[in-house]
Design a protein around this ligand. Structure first.
Ligand code: GLN
Ligand code: ZN
Length: 765
């Protein structure tokens, strides 16, 4: 039996990579210093794994920005627009690489960055390879070889991690018509062969190919390519040992394909899809070993050793222990680095957790336990593990019977507004008296350095609660006055009191906790620190009523209450794994519902529940979409249905395509939905138009992701486009998203123009 790790976090346990990259980009350090920072992180990571006793330690899992972009650089998939950067004097390979990642705007060049998108269903974002017809590839970087020799110097014969050829192609995008990216396999294969030949020459014995697409729905053509590629590779390298790694879902209908590939080891994710073990064991041929992904690579909970051992034992019985590898379910890229840094966590909760460094140890411990070589210390660890797991099952920190009771007794009526939209619309109009093309914003106004400095000072104790409160009130009041002055119809308070749209709520809800250093890479040097949902969720006190009520007291106009929806809170947190996600989501929904009802009681008649993450929660396999959408939509409805007909519920979504889920969005039954739309020139509205979406819609007319100020005429133009597909009386006028990242001067100009555009459009009718 052997252990291996699919990949280790590369940001550094103190986010050293973030700091080094950002300093390099701003010219504060030179290339050699950045490279040193990178090498140090690699060697720290290798040391952790070596000392823990891991058998196969990965290399090339490190990256200065993104592992898919690394692959594009290595195989020379470099779009022509970057060739000028490569030709610049003194420009290094990394400068070209960063230009591809971030764009290049200096020395007379102005080149856009490559597109970025989400890595499967994680919050990690990768740089999308660009493919062209008849594209040629060539080995273009020594990164992978350098990393391999770096490990060798550290005394490790590392296992290079390479994105498998088929997955690499499937991750990319065709940038011109008339070809299929999978047809590039033939041109790309020689470069893969060259890479493998060089690694073999350097002394590599093991190679890991990441092929996550094997766990997704595959076309017939993709299946053929898998066979073709691995047969070719095997033929060239009869002696290299290959691991094909799948993760994030089960092999399901691809089991027979996966086990037939001529490789040495197949890795499967038993956290996401434990059911696949039986299927795989039934069909695995004699010469194929199995890597069991039993330690969760994507979440922060301590492994349940007893449960993992039951999988391992089953596999050993069938295949024999020499054919078994033990591993985390996926790369540990998605876990925070080291729990030891968490000195402020509640000790009981901390005892339920494991971050990357702890997970490495878990993998080794499982091997010792499974192979009967455990010493006394490890046997004691096993006892502690059982205790921690048992404690989590019954802890009063987690379990709140009242919450469970309420969640169990939710009825269909609770997820249903009192009357259908048509009637609600009339009731709302009686109260709200809004004009045609009502104007509003999405919630946040600029979070200036000043506003952020107040929060920092307050947290440090340099401002008293009263002083902080006064400053926020002044900022809120100014924002209300200004919105009144320029004639916005539905005002917002500005969200100045919020650090983050999930953290702000998590901090006030029971069942949540926060880490000090639990950073996870989101993209490039950007990291996020997701809240931890460890227990039953409840809302001890109102969370937003104070600020909404204050803002409403400052004006005769309507102020919109502003909440984050249950699906988004769930999606952007580490979620407990001891009950279904749907159950946790329902609990959050009930807490938000209480808040919605309290806002209504406090006189707030328009309440927005943001759900920007509803689409990203979609399962990877299409066959599971409906189940997810059912509980996700229901959670939104539970959160929004406690109010009277006359109270208007808004929701907001961004970065979404809506075509394939429009019916479900309509099922959410928000009175008004605001969506990001301006960059697509209202094209996103077509999904709503084709569906004859019955409720009201605010398609964003102003792209807030750029400092550019749109003109009134442009926005009128967009509104005309919108009216071509959606009846005018259903339309609202608003920006694409919140304004927290913008500056006041551009925000002011843009919103003044937006209000004028709405008024002129109304007059033109
Ligand atoms: N209400 C939030 C804001 O305006 C919405 C943010 C989002 O959609 N991501 O900031
Ligand atoms: Zn948004």
């Amino acid at each position: 039996m052997q252990t291996h790790i699919l990949g280790y976090p590369r940001i550094g346990s103190k986010r050293e990579l973030k700091k080094a990259c950002e300093q390099y980009w701003s010219g504060k350090i030179v290339l050699e210093e950045l490279l040193t920072a990178g090498r140090n992180i690699c060697s720290q990571n290798w040391t952790i794994q070596k000392e823990a006793g891991i058998d196969l330690i990965p290399c090339n899992d490190f990256s200065y920005y993104d592992q898919v972009l690394d692959m594009s650089l290595i195989v020379g998939a470099i779009p022509t627009r970057y060739h000028e950067v490569a030709l610049k004097n003194n420009s290094s390979e990394l400068d070209l690489y960063f230009a591809m990642a971030r764009g290049y705007q200096k020395e007379g060049l102005d080149i856009t960055a490559m597109e970025m998108t989400k890595w499967f269903d994680t919050n990690y974002h990768y740089i999308v390879p660009e493919f062209y017809k008849n594209q040629q590839f060539k080995l273009n970087s020594n990164k992978i070889f350098n990393e391999f020799s770096g490990a060798k110097q550290a005394g490790i014969n590392a296992k290079p991690v390479i994105i498998g050829l088929v997955s690499y192609l499937l991750l990319g995008k065709e940038k011109e018509d008339g070809f299929d990216k999978l047809d590039l396999a033939e041109n790309l294969l020689p470069v893969y062969i060259e890479i493998l030949a060089r690694l073999q020459e350097q002394g590599a014995e093991w190679i890991q190919f990441d092929e996550p697409f094997l766990a997704l729905d595959l076309s017939g053509k993709a299946k053929e390519k898998y066979q073709w590629v691995y047969e070719k590779i095997r033929k060239q390298f009869p002696k290299l040992k290959f691991i094909v790694a799948t993760y994030f879902d089960g092999l399901k209908d691809n089991v027979s394909l996966a086990v037939s590939l001529p490789v040495n080891v197949l890795h499967i994710d038993l956290v996401r899809n434990p059911e696949q073990l039986d299927d795989v064991l039934q069909s695995v041929p004699e010469n194929l070993s199995l890597s069991l992904g039993v330690v969760d690579g994507r979440n922060i909970w301590k492994n349940n050793y007893e449960k993992s051992l039951s999988f391992i034992t089953k596999a050993v019985e069938k295949l024999g222990s020499e054919s078994i590898f033990i591993a985390p379910s996926s790369s540990l890229l998605h876990s925070p680095c080291d729990l030891d840094f968490e000195t402020n966590l509640n000790a009981e909760i901390k005892n339920w957790l494991a971050f990357a460094k702890q997970k490495v140890k878990e993998v080794v411990t499982l091997k010792e336990l499974a192979s009967g070589t455990a010493d006394e210390k490890i046997l004691a660890d096993f006892e502690d593990n059982k205790k921690a797991i048992a404690d989590r099952k019954t802890s009063s920190l987690i379990h709140n019977d009242a919450v469970k009771q309420i969640a169990n007794t939710v009825t269909e009526e609770d997820a249903q507004r009192k009357s259908p939209f048509k009637i609600r619309k009339e009731e709302q109009q009686k109260v709200l008296q809004l004009p045609l093309f009502p104007t509003t914003t999405i919630g946040s106004f600029p979070q200036t350095a000043e506003v952020r400095s107040w929060r920092a000072k307050f947290k440090k104790g340099d401002l008293t609660a009263e002083q902080y409160d006064t400053l926020l009130k002044e900022e809120t009041q100014r924002t209300i006055r200004w919105q009144e002055e320029i004639g916005i119809d539905v005002l917002v308070h500005g969200e100045f009191e919020r650090n983050d749209m999930v953290e702000y709520f998590g901090e006030q809800l029971k069942g949540f906790t926060f880490t000090k250093n639990g950073w996870v890479q989101s993209y490039g040097s950007r990291c996020v620190k997701p809240p931890v949902i460890f227990g039953d969720v409840s809302r001890p006190d109102p969370m937003t009523v104070y600020w909404s009520q204050y803002a409403q007291s400052q004006t005769e106009k309507w102020v919109k209450g502003m909440l984050t929806g249950p699906v988004t809170i769930l999606q952007w947190s580490f979620v407990r794994d001891d009950q279904p996600r749907s159950e946790t989501c329902k609990q959050i929904a009930l807490a938000i519902r209480d808040e919605v009802v309290d806002l209504e009681k406090a006189g707030i008649r328009i309440i927005q529940i943001d759900e920007p993450a509803i689409r990203e929660g979609l399962p990877l396999r299409k066959s599971e979409w409906q189940n997810y959408l059912k509980w996700a939509v229901e959670a939104f409805r539970i959160s929004s249905s406690g109010v009277e007909d006359a109270t208007q519920i808004h929701t907001h979504m961004c970065y979404s395509e809506f075509n394939d889920i429009i019916k479900n969005i309509a099922d959410m039954d928000a009175d008004v939905i605001t969506i990001e739309c301006s960059r697509s020139q209202m094209e996103l509205l077509n999904a709503f138009a084709d569906f004859k979406y019955p409720n009201e819609i605010g398609p964003g007319v102003y792209d807030i992701h750029s400092p550019r100020v749109p003109s009134k005429e442009e926005m009128i133009e967009l509104l005309i486009k919108a009216q071509n597909v959606i009846p005018a009386e259903q339309l609202w006028v608003n920006p694409d998203c919140g304004l927290k990242t913008r500056h006041w001067d551009e925000t002011e100009k843009a919103l003044i123009a937006m209000v004028e555009a709405a008024k002129e459009s109304a007059l033109a009718l």
